[in-house]
Design a protein around this ligand. Sequence first.
Ligand SMILES: [Zn+2]
Length: 411
Amino acid sequence: MDVSLDRLRDDIEANAAFGATGDTARTNLTGSDANRDARDHLVERMEDAGLDVRVDAVGNIAGRWVPESADPDAPAVASGSHLDSVPNGGIFDGPLGVYGALEAVRALQGGDADLARPVEVVSFTEEEGASFAPGLLGSSVATGERDPETALAYEHDGRTLDDALDAIGYRGDGVLDASAWDAWVELHIEQGTRLESAGADVGVVTDITGITHCDAVVEGQADHAGATPMDARTDALAAASEFVLDVEDAATDAAAEDGTAVGTVGSLNVSPNATNVVPGRVELGVDIRDVKYDTMDDIVAAARDSLDRLEAERGVDTSLSRPFDVPPAPMADRVREAAADAVAENDLSSLALHSGAAHDTMHVARVTDAGLLFAPSEGGFSHSPREWTDWSDCRDAVLALAGTVERLAGR
Ligand SMILES: [Zn+2]
């Protein structure tokens, strides 16, 4: 297939100039002038390729191509990613997937593939959550997990998303319906070093990990650090310290079994947090991720057991809540198989791996067959100006993406 690295590179470099903060860095926040320029450029390039462009209520952009051989009413195969970035982020995180999908369409247009389905190129709004939290916003609306009114009411710098999109001309109508797609595939940079270490050209993701956040509270008794004897204390921080190590142990044991589990106590709020006072109360934030939901449950159960033990042994009061919980998203077998075939046909090497980071595909996988491909990240750097993927690796990844789309849209 005639994937053109020149076209792809021109697009990614042009996109990198919008909100550029250095040669390989950009700040492209949803609703900013740079964001408008990036969107304008994408729409222009989509129209250059003959795509029929629409913008939905939350600014998701979709460009539709109906091949001559295709049934225009057949559910489409869709591919894309996002154009927004974190502040001073890299130039590949998101744009590689958007412009990779567009290049895949252009390559298919130039070939003789017998396609049965329309193909859509998609750019989701506010993937990063850098301005209008909580992230993965556009895909959450397109998959029906969040209604557009809720999303449009999010605020940043005293402005709603509704107003921000309106100001840049991207407050469209209707809602993109991801459940209407026959299949979805996203190309993204790995943001890790597994492909580089393995010397593999393309990553074919097996699962995107689930994420649970737990809030733990350990309540002891605040006392004078000088006047309270050691055997008369209920030190909340000393107890909480054991909890931190118990969570680490539970996650380490789980990882030894399945190789993918991680658990982190990432935040601690100590009261009264004074050097001369025995700590009276500690609030802890726990982050647990795995590709197996049962294992995530097991680590949460181990955290509860730890708190029960500390109540019995140290006389503290404790509580644990689970305010945020997203189950793992396995990728569809038929999309992975299409990707494996495409990799083989292009004489590329691939590695099957899981994604520890969240992506829009996580949402899309709940409503249709979805897949995720990774391109190698040099040194694993991302969300930084050091983020880099060699152009030849970009081309190889887009070859794999184009072949995957060809198979999914074919007869
Ligand atoms: Zn991204």
